[in-house]
Ligand binder design. Structure first.
Ligand code: NAD
Length: 497
């Protein structure tokens, strides 16, 4: 059995401690075992980070950027291997796995420009003979705690910006698909990153708590489910750290009566069911405005859902693969039952799906609910599976209110040909990321990613300039050089007027 161990400087092979199973969701079999670390493991990593960080911070930003350039080349050269490894632990299809890596690489591309981004502000003559300038300095040692659903992109969101800005970074990836984060860290070392600047510590709550309590860790970035995000935020902040903690989501897609329904259905096939719905920017709620729109949409959605192909993650024709674990599939099926019990109409039932030849794999068919209402818990909570819910809205005002009043506020989309309606919607909706005829409005790497309400705790987003702000602190210098200050040290310097 393969063992996935920490990547800590000077760490030997796996200890005798606790481990967790890593499955192949296609077969349902355990394919590896991951070490679950302790506070002592973390201490070793922190000691190495502490030793390495000052030298890295003193390395000029252009040289730090060169490591980013080389890393990007190495990841591109290893794309196929990484995508297969990712897919074999997560269950997303190869094209999605490549997308996961590619979106992370785009943050690395942003980091290649870090010298430019780190230029501070300068005011000459803020007072008589006084200049003021600011600089952004690294925090020291930062940590990232990441979810299972984007095992390449999210570790790169955090590690790329943290490292490029001169910090040492400790990554605690999801214990469900930990191999790709380790491979990425190895590639960073191959790209010339000094030992100790990026280390990977595996584990569960025990390791997360050790990170949150460790006095030498200045900042923690977390992405995962909301209850844990809130916990991480509270405990980390109580320990005096800078914390950003992204949580769950329940994104809505508003369909106006004038929308191009064929386009909407094509978009929903990807946005609601792609990656088996295991995306924080999935679109699991569709809100047609008016009953006529609802009926027309439903009529087009049913055959489109029937046509979705569920297959093993290496099947190039498959629309989506298995979900990550058997427990997660069970949880999704329970939510479907809850929806039925609460009175929603289950139009397509994906439960009980078996893939021939892979009966033990964690597969689940796509499901469609109609007549879901805001009072239902199956609407209020995140299902994180291939389940699409239709919530009918009588008018535009209701459609704006639904996502605005939902506990989550990660992403939202509106489908319309009416620019005024779209503009009003974008301005008024109480959600952090908005798509206009774009179903999954994940901002590009040089913008910034972050939701509102229970989708994010803390006040700084991931990547882009917000990421740079999170991983650095500002120092502002007010300087005055009075005439004669250098007396005796520079006789031939020009004298002041
Ligand atoms: P999760 O909350 O179970 O796990 C996230 C991380 O927290 C993992 O590293 C895990 O080891 C750790 N963890 C788990 N239980 C813990 C506990 N009791 N105490 C401390 N740490 C603990 O999330 P997941 O299932 O891996 O990922 C899916 C969730 O992540 C979904 O809710 C999804 O919406 C969310 N997500 C959000 C974003 C975003 O940017 N808002 C992006 C991706 C995923």
């Amino acid at each position: 059995m393969r063992t996935i161990d920490h990547l800590i400087v000077g760490q030997g092979g796996g200890g005798a401690g606790r481990t967790a199973d890593v499955f192949d969701p296609n077969t349902g079999r355990v394919q590896a075992s991951v070490t679950l670390g302790t506070a002592a493991d973390l201490d070793r990593a922190v000691a190495a980070a502490r030793g390495a960080q000052p030298g890295w911070a003193a390395t000029n930003p252009q040289r730090r950027a060169r490591v980013m350039f080389r890393f990007k080349e190495l990841v591109e050269a290893n794309m196929d291997e990484l995508a297969h490894l990712l897919s074999s632990e997560h269950g997303k299809v190869i094209a999605d796995a490549k997308g996961d890596i590619q979106r992370g690489l785009e943050v690395i591309e942003f980091c290649c420009g870090i010298p430019h981004v780190l230029k501070g502000e300068y005011t000459q003559g803020a007072g008589p003979g006084i200049d003021v300038y600011s600089m952004r300095q690294p925090l020291g040692i930062g940590a990232g705690i990441t979810p299972f659903n984007f095992p390449a992109m999210i570790p790169l969101w955090m590690s790329g910006v943290a490292i490029a800005t001169g910090n040492a970074f400790l990554l605690k990836p999801s214990e469900r698909d930990p191999s790709v984060p380790v491979r990425l860290a190895e590639l960073f070392l191959e790209a010339g990153l000094p030992q100790g600047i990026l280390q990977v510590v595996h584990g569960d709550k025990e390791m997360v708590d050790a990170i949150l309590d460790h006095a030498a860790i200045a900042a923690v970035s977390f992405v995962g489910s909301s209850d844990i995000a809130h916990y991480v935020y509270r405990r980390g902040v109580a320990a005096g750290k800078r914390v950003q903690a992204m949580g769950g989501a329940k994104n809505h897609g508003i369909v106006m009566p004038d929308a191009d329904l064929d386009q909407v259905v094509a978009d929903l096939s990807g946005a609601a069911f792609g990656s088996a719905g295991e995306r924080c920017m999935a679109l699991p709620v569709v809100v047609p405005v008016g009953d006529k729109t609802a009926e027309a949409l439903r009529e087009k959605l049913i055959p489109a859902i029937d046509a979705l192909r569920v297959g093993v993650s290496t099947d190039a024709e498959a629309h989506y693969g298995p979900v990550v674990t058997a427990q997660h599939r069970q949880r999704i099926e329970q939510w479907i039952q809850t929806g039925v019990d609460e009175g929603a109409e289950l139009v397509v039932d994906g439960r009980g799906f078996k893939l021939q030849g892979h009966e033990e794999g964690f597969f689940i068919g796509p499901s469609l609910f109609d007549r879901v209402t805001p009072a239902m818990s199956a609407y209020k909570e995140e299902i994180f599976g291939p389940v699409l819910q239709i919530v009918r809205a009588p008018d535009f005002e209701t459609a704006v209110r639904l996502p605005s009043e939902h506990q989550y506020g990660n992403g939202v989309a509106i489908f319309t040909r009416n620019g005024h309606a779209a503009r009003e919607f974008a301005a008024r909706v109480n959600v952090g990321m908005v798509g206009i005829n774009v179903p999954i409005p994940v901002p590009v790497a040089y913008h910034t990613f972050g939701g509102w309400k229970r989708s994010a705790f803390g006040d700084t987003n991931q990547h882009g300039m917000e990421g740079v702000k999170f991983w650095t602190k500002v120092k502002t210098v007010t300087q005055r050089w009075p005439d004669g200050a250098g007396a005796g040290s520079g006789g031939d310097l020009p004298r002041g007027s």
